[in-house]
Design a protein around this ligand. Structure first.
Ligand SMILES: Nc1ncnc2c1ncn2[C@@H]1O[C@H](COP(=O)(O)OP(=O)(O)OP(=O)(O)O)[C@@H](O)[C@H]1O
Length: 330
């Protein structure tokens, strides 16, 4: 479990103080994956560094599995940090060491005897699907394989908590999904509590139980992803779900009627909402784009609908009454 309460971080600067974090409260339950999203400069990296106290908060408390880190002495903090693994964006592997020796590094630091180390490294490489590349050096591994080594190394000291710093930003989309699925799998198998920072909503969509939106150092939205999806005005939820290409400008210019962006959630996805609209309002409705995703167990449907010229306030109100979110885009 990770609990940040009232965490603030102020960096003194030449032209005044920089408030990187302001009164941040975040709670991630045991075995949950929480994604913190925010634009560049929002305070994500500072937040992650405050969780393992690489950065000491200016105020507030940081609790990991019931232990308040800010009050620990240096030796106790070293011990506590062994219970927190970190996965980095650029993998941070030692190029002179093999995959196995990179994974062994935290065990060497912790004074684990050689024979036990060897056994543990073999288990860890197997856990991330790299048992056959133990002797390869980082330069001989793909980005995805290097990140697997990074994850195995982060898990070497059997942490209960895993921090991921933009762990997939350096990877292509397919490899990103493989690494995200691995993180999800490890989270379930090892009952790991995961806090990750990212600027990609896709990461939240694919693996997160919770989402936090950080803006200028403040939490502006947070909650279970399933709950956020049900909130019509959630900024986080608006970025989740099927991505539709913007309608072709030539097509949009020819349309004399109205173009709608319609989102449906849950059971509504399977209902004949559009057929009902057509019958009730005697409309010629064309579907110009559409898709369905499942996020945090919730089905999300999205359609771009073209309606003929005319006043469609009644039809739009009807869709909204049925629970759809409707935006007029042209
Ligand atoms: N060591 C530091 N000294 C002074 N200011 C800092 C320091 N570290 C971060 N900041 C400032 O704190 C704010 C938050 O930075 P941070 O790196 O946490 O944001 P971020 O969301 O991780 O951004 P990015 O996605 O670009 O990495 C920024 O205004 C940044 O300039």
């Amino acid at each position: 479990m990770i609990r940040l309460s009232g965490v603030s971080k102020v960096f003194p600067g030449r032209s005044g103080d920089v408030v990187a974090l302001a009164d941040v409260d975040i709670e991630v339950g045991r075995g949950e994956i929480c994604g913190v999203v925010g634009q560049s400069g929002a305070g994500k990296s500072t937040l992650l560094r405050c969780v393992n106290l690489l950065e000491r908060p200016s105020s507030g408390s940081v609790e990991i599995d019931g232990v308040e880190l800010t009050t620990l002495d240096a030796a106790a903090l070293r011990d506590a940090r062994r219970g927190i693994g970190t996965v980095f964006q650029q993998f941070a592997l030692l190029s002179s060491r093999s995959a196995a020796d990179n994974v062994a590094l935290p065990l060497e630091v912790a004074g684990v005897p050689r024979a036990r180390r060897r056994e543990r490294v073999r288990e860890l490489l197997e856990l991330v699907g790299l048992e056959d590349r133990a002797d390869a050096h980082p330069a001989q591994l793909s980005g995805g394989q290097q990140q697997r080594v990074g994850i195995a190394r982060a898990l070497a000291t059997e942490p209960r908590v895993l921090l991921c710093d933009e762990a997939t930003s350096a990877l292509d989309p397919e490899t990103t999904d493989q690494i995200l699925d691995l993180l999800r799998d490890l989270n379930r198998r090892l009952d790991l509590t995961v806090l990750l920072i990212t600027h990609e909503m896709h990461v939240v969509e694919r693996i997160c139980d919770r989402g936090v939106l950080l803006k200028e150092g403040r939490v502006v939205e947070s909650g279970r992803v399933a709950d956020l999806l049900a909130q019509p005005r959630s900024v986080l939820a608006a970025g989740l779900g099927p991505k539709l290409p913007a309608p072709d400008p030539d097509v949009a210019a020819r349309i004399e009627g109205t173009l709608l962006d319609v989102r449906f959630l849950g059971d509504l996805v399977g209902e004949p909402v559009i057929a009902d609209l057509v019958r009730r309002f005697d409309l010629d409705v064309s579907v110009v784009g559409g898709g369905v995703d499942v996020i945090a167990g919730t089905r999300i449907g999205r359609l771009h609908l073209q309606l003929p010229a005319g006043d469609h306030a009644g039809a739009i109100a009807h869709l909204r009454r049925r629970g759809a979110e409707v935006e007029v885009i042209a």
